[in-house]
Ligand binder design. Structure first.
Ligand SMILES: O=c1ccn([C@@H]2O[C@H](COP(=O)(O)OP(=O)(O)O[C@H]3O[C@H](CO)[C@@H](O)[C@H](O)[C@H]3O)[C@@H](O)[C@H]2O)c(=O)[nH]1
Length: 472
């Protein structure tokens, strides 16, 4: 019998900084059933219904520990989610330390600590406790490559990145990026959130290694560039271990049943799924244009609707769910599109929807989890980035891999209805859409191979586990 190996992981507040590290833990215990994983969960309040669903699917050798929630009034108000998440982990450090200390005295002893990208301050605790330490990045290798390039850019640049005339070349990334497309925390260099980002990047170097939820066949350039930087000792070695995405579905609530039954009645590849992640929101004007555009396209759609807000990330760390989002749709929209479109409030069972044969396209904000879920299901995208690093993901998908189409925005930053209708038609019925679907199918096959027993991502993880085994 294999000797048990005990590790701890630290999540960050927010569904998509808790979900990915839990999925990573599940991947480890699926490959190595003798692993025991203590999952420490800082939070800003009680778990959301979607997080609770994740707990239902945890195997017995992953033990969640909920740390005392941080009082949101102790955080600076009005800063974007990245800053709020990072600062709430800072406030949770005493309870993380306490939990880790008690874990080090258990049998078998802890050998390693893996932290979410926003929980990097916990890496210092790993040094004190003599543990191997790692960061889990639930984002693209392109984003990680930008992280390690940013301190240099910061030194060389005197203006805001969005005012740079020349494009920015992220190491390994074949598509040049305009400064305005860099992730949101880098858009205002005088802000607290930018300073927090630079601090976080510095802390990454404390780790013994960095896991990234991507795979060689998808992001070869940035992964090779990162492995070169890692082997030169510029930063810790980088291990692409993805795609690690949700595969199990929780119990079906009303929305989930309705969506799946409706999809069962549609033709193969005929439906566009529209969803902006766990908290992305549109302005009222943009919501109207999207609704009109879907209607004009004449195609079938399934839309998970949230109430409008001028701040795109308004719903990310919890919104006001007393409101009925359907009230904000254009008058008569639901009646006119009845049968052809299905609109659900707040949340759709995305994993089940994307794997359904009736879905032919995904209009997405390009959060990395959504992007990877689309890839593993071979669904091409309409890329509609809102905040965080989503613009960069949209560029990787639409310009780098050519598996998605990016709608044009007008001078006020709005995608107009005719443009919506055109990109929907292009993706669902056009020749370009067919080519994107073909490319996405190949990427799906590559993603399956990467996760097989002898696949690139599995082999990388096994090498590391061997190192932990020798210590246990
Ligand atoms: O109706 C919904 C909406 C979302 N989801 C799930 O929620 C997750 C959404 O994740 P993601 O696509 O990454 O979007 P965000 O929630 O916006 O994620 C944040 O965190 C990600 C990294 O973890 C970043 O890539 C994003 O830019 C950032 O906004 C996915 O697993 C979806 O399947 C559902 O199941 N149903």
């Amino acid at each position: 019998m294999e000797k048990p190996i005990h590790i701890a992981v630290v999540a960050s507040p927010g569904y998509t900084h808790f979900l990915p590290i839990v999925l990573f833990s599940k991947r480890l215990v699926q490959l190595y059933p003798h692993f025991h994983i203590a999952c420490l969960i800082p939070s800003l309040g009680p778990p959301s219904p979607s997080s609770k669903t994740i707990f239902q699917t945890l195997p017995p050798n992953i033990t969640p520990t909920f740390l005392p929630p941080v009082d949101p009034t102790h955080l600076p108000q009005g800063i974007p989610p990245a800053g709020q998440i990072q600062l709430s982990v800072t406030l949770s450090l005493p309870s993380i330390r306490k939990a880790l200390k008690s874990l080090t005295s258990t049998t078998p002893p802890l050998v390693a600590l893996v932290v979410d990208t926003f929980a990097v301050e916990a890496l210092e605790l790993a040094k004190d406790l003599n543990l191997f330490s790692y960061v889990y990045f639930p984002v693209s290798a392109t984003t990680v490559s930008l992280h390690f390039h940013l301190p240099k850019l910061d030194q060389e640049t005197s203006c805001e990145y969005r005012d740079l005339h020349d494009p920015i070349m992220i190491p390994g990334c074949s598509v040049p990026l305009h400064g305005k497309d860099l992730y949101t925390p880098a858009q205002d260099r005088s802000s607290q959130v930018y300073k927090l980002l630079l601090k976080r990047i510095k802390l990454f170097s404390l780790a013994d290694g960095l896991f990234v939820n991507s795979f060689l066949e998808m992001e070869n350039g940035p992964i090779v560039a990162l492995s070169e930087g890692g082997s030169k000792g510029e930063y810790p070695p980088v291990y692409p271990v993805g795609p690690i995405v949700q595969t199990e579905v929780g119990s079906r609530d009303g929305n989930a049943l309705e969506c799946v039954e409706w999809l069962d009645r549609q033709e193969p590849c005929s439906v566009l799924f529209v969803c902006f992640g766990s908290g992305g929101t549109l302005s009222q004007e943009q919501m109207n244009e999207l609704a009109w555009g879907l209607e004009l396209s004449g195609h079938r759609f399934l839309w998970a609707v949230r109430p409008p807000d001028n701040v795109a990330f308004a719903g990310y760390l919890g919104g006001n769910d007393d409101v009925d989002p359907l009230e904000f749709l254009p008058s008569g929209f639901l009646e006119r599109t009845k049968g052809r479109g299905l609109v659900v409030s707040w949340w759709a069972p995305q994993v089940e929807v994307l794997r359904h044969g009736s879905v032919g396209g995904f209009l997405s904000h390009c959060g990395w989890n959504s992007t990877m879920e689309s890839v593993v299901n071979g669904v091409p995208l309409i890329t509609w980035p809102l905040f965080a690093e989503q613009r960069m993901n949209a560029i990787v998908i639409s310009e780098g891999l050519k598996t998605g189409i990016r709608p044009r925005v007008n001078e006020n930053g709005v995608v107009e209805r005719d443009e919506v209708a055109e990109v929907v038609r292009c993706l669902i019925e056009g020749e370009k859409g067919r080519e994107m679907r073909e490319r996405m199918k190949k990427l799906k096959e590559a993603s399956t191979s990467a996760m097989k027993e002898d696949g690139s991502s599995t082999k990388i993880l096994s090498q590391l586990v061997l190192k932990w085994k020798n210590l246990a």
